[in-house]
Write a protein that binds this ligand. Structure first.
Ligand code: UDP
Length: 311
């Protein structure tokens, strides 16, 4: 297939490009590089790969046949969307509209990268796909959460009204190489603090929970979703839930760090719990994560150590 990936120089987008190329597809990666980076794709030496520097909130034109569109462009870290609130809203709304428009025009399939943030600060745990969520539209995270909720609504409208062959994945916390070292998310932050023996900044008491999925597992779930015929949202993530304090302790142990844990204020609307119910993905995609957290974290630590030594 000839496949367009918006956000194709980002953390997940670049791993998705790698997988699509390995499966023999032709890939056109589009990114405006505001949170993505050329360094995520510069290893690709493949005649089937093209990179286009472009902001997908503008009219999106791609020459020739397109069989599938993945819409992965978006800032995705709480710090990024505090710094880029308008861009976050625009890429989730206008960007999704343009990417859907491209899919419709080319008669292509479409897959939206949505998020566990559509569940907000959830009142049930784990979260299954039928849960409507608990989102504060006017809080600091609203720019991301509401843009992605709008993106889901827009995707379903293109499915029902225009009969575009759409998919929606709700992505839970994912980690691995190429997640920007300074993007403020907990995995890159804790690892980079630990390998420098700097204090580990646990927000609040650290009793809030997250469930971390290694990037190769996530991409495999997404690839299977592309090949399925499921049009309703599907959670992809690892149900291995832990508190942020426990997570900090694992990082200290794996890096053999001398870092001490310090506490900083809990950001507003930080979800108290998050864990995916993946029964649907298991049932319809035959998918579940396989990479153990210590194995995945060890690979990720190696990546950040190498980056640190390059500097
Ligand atoms: N967090 C933390 N210290 C940090 C960064 C994040 O304690 O330096 C916490 C944050 O408050 C949240 C969790 O770790 O409870 C995960 O945060 P992240 O920014 O990775 O993404 P989120 O899951 O909130 O979207």
């Amino acid at each position: 297939m000839r496949i367009v990936v918006t956000g194709g120089a980002g953390f997940l987008g670049s791993h998705l490009c790698d997988r699509l190329l390995a499966e023999g597809h032709e890939v056109i990666s589009i990114d405006n590089l505001i949170t993505g980076s050329i360094s995520n794709i510069e290893h690709i030496r493949n005649k089937n790969f093209t990179f286009i520097f472009y902001d997908v909130t503008n009219y999106l034109y791609v020459d020739g046949q397109v069989d599938f569109v993945f819409h992965f462009a978006s800032p995705a870290s709480p710090i990024d969307y505090l710094e880029l609130p308008i861009q976050t809203l625009k890429v989730g709304s206008l960007g999704t509209h343009k990417a859907l428009g491209l899919a419709k025009h080319k008669n292509a399939g479409f897959l939206l990268a949505s998020t566990s943030e559509t569940y907000g600060d959830p009142l049930i745990n784990p979260q299954h796909e039928e849960y409507w969520g608990n989102v504060n539209p006017v809080g600091p995270r609203g720019v991301y959460d509401e843009a992605k909720r709008f993106a889901e609504a827009m995707t379903m409208a293109y499915y029902t009204f225009h009969k575009v062959d759409t998919r929606i994945v709700r992505i839970f916390n994912t980690y691995g190489p190429r997640n920007r070292a300074n993007d403020g998310r907990v995995v890159p932050s804790f690892i980079n603090q630990a390998i420098r023996n700097e204090p580990i900044t646990v927000f609040g008491e650290g009793k809030q929970t997250r469930s971390f999925c290694y990037v190769s597992d996530l991409i495999d779930g997404i690839y299977r979703l592309m090949k399925s015929d499921e049009h309703w949202p599907v959670n992809i993530g690892n149900p291995n839930e832990m508190t942020i304090l426990q997570f900090a302790e694992i990082i200290i142990e794996l890096t053999k760090s001398k870092s001490k844990i310090i506490h900083e204020p809990l950001p507003q609307d930080d979800p108290a719990v998050r864990r995916p119910d993946i029964s649907k993905a298991k049932r319809i995609l035959g998918w579940e994560p396989t990479v153990d957290i210590r194995e995945g974290l060890s690979r990720t630590i190696e990546y950040y150590r190498a980056l640190m030594h390059q500097k």
